[in-house]
Write a protein that binds this ligand. Sequence first.
Ligand SMILES: C[S@@+](CC[C@H](N)C(=O)[O-])C[C@H]1O[C@@H](n2cnc3c(N)ncnc32)[C@H](O)[C@@H]1O
Length: 342
Amino acid sequence: MKYIGNKTRLLDFIYESMIDANIPMKGTFCDIFSGTASVAKFFKNKDFKIISNDFMTYSYVAQYVNIKINKMPSFSKISKNGIDEVISFLNNMKPIKGFTFENYAPEGKYKRQYFSNENSMKIDAIRDKIEEWNVNGLLSRDEYYILVYSLVDAADFVANISGTYGAYLKIWRSMALKPLTLVVPDITTNNKDNEVFQEDSNELIKRIESDVLYIDPPYNGRQYAPNFHVLESLTVWDKPKLIGKTGQRNYEDKKSRYCLKREATDAFEDLIVHAKTKYIVLSYNNEGIIPREEIIRILGNKGKMLEYTTDYRRFRTESDNEHRKYKKCDDKVVEHLFIVIC
Ligand SMILES: C[S@@+](CC[C@H](N)C(=O)[O-])C[C@H]1O[C@@H](n2cnc3c(N)ncnc32)[C@H](O)[C@@H]1O
């Protein structure tokens, strides 16, 4: 998934840096800003017990499916043959005009272009069906989240955007015209009682303990809620009244202090002060809003610090190309990994 700060392509760098720092690959690994859950999933497969967290609902569902669930459930109340049959049934549903069509399709009331008319009508039919099954008690919690995750993932794949949902494209990208297709999510197991949360990290940190605490906070002013609002609305399915040209949902309660220049350093210091862990692993890049000296001061209070770096391709969206100015004119940022032996 294209997601600001997605660490999928940096997993080997993170892992090898941890090995170099002699961090034992056992115990509890906490991914406290989990996003797509890519890092938590990687370390679930390395045999850690995982704790993960993120305050966005679409992330919570991704964590639930990829981290908490260890075994594909049976879907026995709606199918004799399990998940494959259910996904195939959903993929063949008759499209209907509903919330998605009205708000995100070109022929909908607001003429937005996040999804084609056909795909938005398919999303409406499938998402309503999942909700109906759930309300009628036909799905376990695991089953419900697997289906919601599968739909949101499929919708993201055909969204007419260049990177975030901050804006839709005026010209259709070819993927957006392909038919929406749900696929069966890949469920991995580590046979451990993994825990997933949807909380403010600075609150959760006071109640948890870990061996490795992985911290990947937002590093610039772009808030996640307005940039991924469509995923949030398809996940929550509360069908709110959306506002503005791009159809934003209200995100007053989902503003991150880590995206605010005046507050990011204090938020980070508060997080680190409350961390109860043997090792801290922090991802941050050279264009982050917390000054490097402050990161070093705050982490230094906790123990011995090591620093690793790697070049990384910048996360870009189309609007970035038009309006944003970068400190350097190339496409590379330096990704830092700070490791603290507490
Ligand atoms: C850089 S991204 C993490 C990316 C993730 N490592 C991945 O590979 O997909 C930062 C995440 O922090 C979340 N976030 C921001 N502020 C938060 C807060 N105060 N509490 C919990 N989550 C927060 C955002 O929703 C976002 O998903």
